[in-house]
Design a protein around this ligand. Structure first.
Ligand SMILES: *Cc1c(COP(=O)(O)O)cnc(C)c1O
Length: 348
């Protein structure tokens, strides 16, 4: 039983469905030659005196080439995927009424965004090995659940959620399934992008913050049915990506990060092999991302001693399901060697 776009439309908050969006000067006249006296800009050229393209057309065209997804299925944000997560709440959830289901432990922004939007957030714990039980996720769903969040590869656990399990959710949940693939470039061939045509209720999130090395530029991407993309366009801030960012990202997208990604993946596997053999490492979880999660006896003490050695990792040990866990991002070969030496020294 698939959820059609007509059913997705019924999930849109009535005020959003009825919204007449702000129409910018650039929306109303898209030509490129003439005397622009329509936007109350300062006419004197300094490189930034004009408003940016509100629909980021050049950037979306380039992303379309890179990802093999048509432009009308691509939404781009200037404040990261975090902006898109918030937009989805505002579009699909009536505050104080609807709820959202997510796997846990997972990315913290889903629950914070739920709280900001006054939306009940239901967490379904992953198994001890961080695999997902799709039926447990569906059991948490009721008549007012509008979205399910699945992060794959999952942060902080690092593992991919199998495609067939995500498809099971898409086929059995009559709402929107958001699949956050922030780390998918480290797990080639596993993206749900190839399933976009098949599922009207699928939203896939990507980012340029991780593999693409542009965390500072804050580019998030949402891939979905054109109706969902158009609805996000209507709700977003009119100029949600400045012209300096649009131009810089286009330029940076000329070089592809495949070589760096391959090295990071090789470095990750090397780090996993080494950490696995260290004394006091209770668990080395498999990773499909650019970080590893380890379980140790005294996470806080090890975290503090790593800092004394100049290595900062993320203490995730207070998150339910992550007791004892530290999350370590993979750096350059030199940085990893320093991290491994420090960890070995502390543990032995
Ligand atoms: C890092 C990360 C993001 C990226 O967020 P941006 O706002 O695009 O930088 C999204 N989802 C997850 C799970 C992440 O770990």
């Amino acid at each position: 039983m698939k959820t059609t776009i007509e059913e997705v439309k019924k999930l849109v908050r009535p005020n959003i469905a009825a919204l007449k969006p702000y129409s910018t000067a650039r929306d109303e006249y898209e030509g490129e030659i003439g005397i622009y006296l329509d936007a109350n800009e300062n006419p004197y050229e300094n490189g930034f005196n004009r408003y940016p393209d509100p629909r980021h057309k050049a950037l979306r065209a380039r992303i379309s080439e890179i990802k093999g997804v048509p432009m009308e299925r691509i939404f781009t944000a200037g404040s990261g995927s975090d902006e898109i997560i918030d937009l989805l709440y505002r579009i699909f959830c009536t505050p104080g009424w609807d709820n959202v289901v997510s796997i846990a432990p997972s990315y913290g922004v889903y629950s914070v965004s739920a709280a900001i939007n006054d939306v009940e957030f239901r967490e379904v714990r992953l198994n001890a090995d961080f695999t997902m039980d799709p039926d447990a996720v569906l059991d948490a769903v009721d008549g007012t659940t509008s979205m399910i969040f699945v992060c794959s590869p999952n942060n902080p656990s690092g593992n991919l959620i199998p495609t067939r399990q995500i498809e099971y959710l898409l086929e059995n949940f009559p709402g929107v399934v958001v699949v956050d693939e922030a780390y998918i470039d480290f797990a080639p061939g596993q993206s749900m992008l190839s399933k976009l045509d098949q599922y009207d209720n699928l939203v896939v999130l990507h980012t340029l913050s991780k593999a693409w090395g542009m965390a500072g530029l804050r580019i998030g991407m949402g891939f979905a049915h054109p109706y969902i993309v158009e609805t996000m366009m209507r709700v977003k801030a009119p100029y949600n990506m400045n012209s300096l960012t649009q131009a810089t990202v286009l330029k940076m997208l000329e070089s592809d990060p495949a070589a760096q990604v391959a090295e990071l993946v090789a470095q990750r596997d090397l780090a996993m092999e080494k950490i696995k053999t260290m004394p006091g490492v209770l668990q080395m979880y498999p990773s499909d991302a650019n970080f590893v999660l380890i379980k140790v006896q005294q996470p806080r003490a090890i975290y503090d001693r790593l800092i004394e050695s100049g290595v900062i990792v993320r203490d995730r040990s207070r998150i339910p399901g992550c007791e004892g866990c530290l999350r370590i991002t993979i750096g350059t070969p030199q940085e990893n060697a320093s991290m491994l030496a420090a960890l070995e020294n502390i543990l032995s």
